[in-house]
Design a protein around this ligand. Structure first.
Ligand code: NAP
Ligand code: NAG
Ligand code: NAG
Length: 337
């Protein structure tokens, strides 16, 4: 970077597993990153983050600025606001309400680096002129204690695209700029013409394996080995997602794509290297999980289109019950403190 370049200013909302890794990449790329921390605030303010990784080595680093509340930066203008919280549609305050505190300029791009489908609409409605960049993440990382992130594989890909796909040229330019920064910072990033295709490809994996792992406490590989009915169940969920994509006009969500996604779990079963999906990790740790963004949005969309999705609807009903039970446990727990 030359001396006269102004570093890109980024606000990170959700400095957890993914947020902390992206923070590292953005700082490596020369960005000035303000991080809003919640439960790890005190730790990060004092010690920064510790990233244990193969890709970047074991490193310690601090955000350019660590804050506790968005109101602390309400008068600043950012080039990018990177949202790496879990996606909880319908939560209070809503994401648009949170963003309203910090969006001062219509050129500030909002990057949604989150799983699920149909997570962009409420943000786009609230900020119709700002670039909305929708991101699909392939990066297995977990915050094992406040400020400590374990990232043991080298996989690192951010697929990025504007929402909607036919956004104005300056929105596309913002997507290219952000992808560039992620690559400069040592990661991989791709800008796609239609990010929904990528989002739905990822949904094939998430809709099948997150519920199965969460409800059985199995890894994907172990589940496949558990009975002669296991493979059919997981595969039929993928077929339901394919049918839904077809019904709502998302191109490219084919049996071939599903087969290639499915083969990952089959290989893990064979090698004994099954993955514990994030929803399972959340349930183990008594945390809220993304049942609405990943499963609820899909089954409701199916119902609106008159599509029967018996497997996925069953998963949704069971997981939603588990979710409500978990919420009760959390409330009870905090009432006791
Ligand atoms: N981790 C992975 O391997 C992975 C891989 C692919 C995709 N993803 C997706 O990436 C997204 C982020 O996942 P993650 O694993 O990074 O989740 P995470 O580890 O739970 O991190 C989320 C962070 O956001 C913080 N947060 C939540 N609400 C906030 C608020 N209102 N204000 C400030 N901070 C807030 C959380 O704070 P608290 O600690 O206080 O809750 C936490 O630090 C999800 O959509 C996930 O599905 C994750
Ligand atoms: C990083 O730390 C872990 C343990 O925390 C250790 O197993 C690993 O060898 C370290 N890696 C490097 C490159 O130092
Ligand atoms: C918005 O940001 C752009 C680019 O940083 C800047 O040129 C413009 O002056 C800003 N507008 C306002 C109203 O601050």
């Amino acid at each position: 970077m030359t001396a006269q370049t102004i570093p890109p200013r980024v606000l990170l909302i959700g400095a957890g597993s993914i947020g902390a890794v992206y923070l590292y990449q953005l700082q490596q790329a020369g960005c000035e990153v303000t991080a809003v921390c919640r439960s790890n605030y005190a730790h990060v303010k004092e010690n920064g983050f510790k990233l244990l990784s193969v890709r970047y080595g074991n490193v310690t680093y601090r955000p350019s600025r660590t804050i506790r509340s968005l109101s602390e930066c309400a008068d600043e203008i950012f080039d990018f606001i990177l949202v790496c919280t879990k996606s909880f549609p319908g939560s209070k305050p809503s994401l648009p309400e949170m963003l309203a505190t910090v969006i001062r300029n219509k050129s500030t791009a909002i990057v949604l680096a989150q799983n699920g489908i149909m997570i962009e609409e409420e943000v786009a409605q609230a900020f119709p002129e700002n670039p909305i960049l929708s991101g699909v993440i392939y990066l297995p990382a977990v915050q094992t204690e406040p400020g400590t992130i374990e990232y043991r594989e080298t996989l690192n890909l951010l697929e990025l695209g504007t929402y909607p796909a036919d956004a104005p040229a300056d929105h596309k330019a913002a997507a290219l700029n952000f992808a560039d920064l992620m690559v400069k910072g040592g990661g991989n990033a791709k800008v796609l013409e239609d990010i929904q295709v990528a989002r739905w490809s990822k949904l094939l994996l998430n809709a099948a394996w997150n519920p199965i792992c969460a409800l059985t406490l199995c890894s994907d590989g172990d589940f496949l080995l558990s009975s002669e009915f296991a493979e059919e169940l997981a595969w039929e969920v993928m077929l339901e997602v394919i049918a839904l994509a077809d019904k709502v006009g998302i191109p490219g969500i084919t049996v071939e794509v599903a087969e290639s996604k499915f083969s990952i779990a089959k290989r893990r079963a064979k090698e004994g290297t099954g993955r514990e999906m994030s929803m399972l990790q959340d349930i183990r740790q008594g945390r809220m999980f993304e049942v609405e963004a990943i499963i609820g949005n899909a089954v409701r969309l199916g119902r609106r289109h008159g599509l029967k999705m018996p497997r996925l609807e069953t998963f949704y009903a069971l997981l939603k019950g588990r979710y409500e039970a978990q919420l009760k446990e959390l409330r009870h727990g905090s009432a006791l403190k």
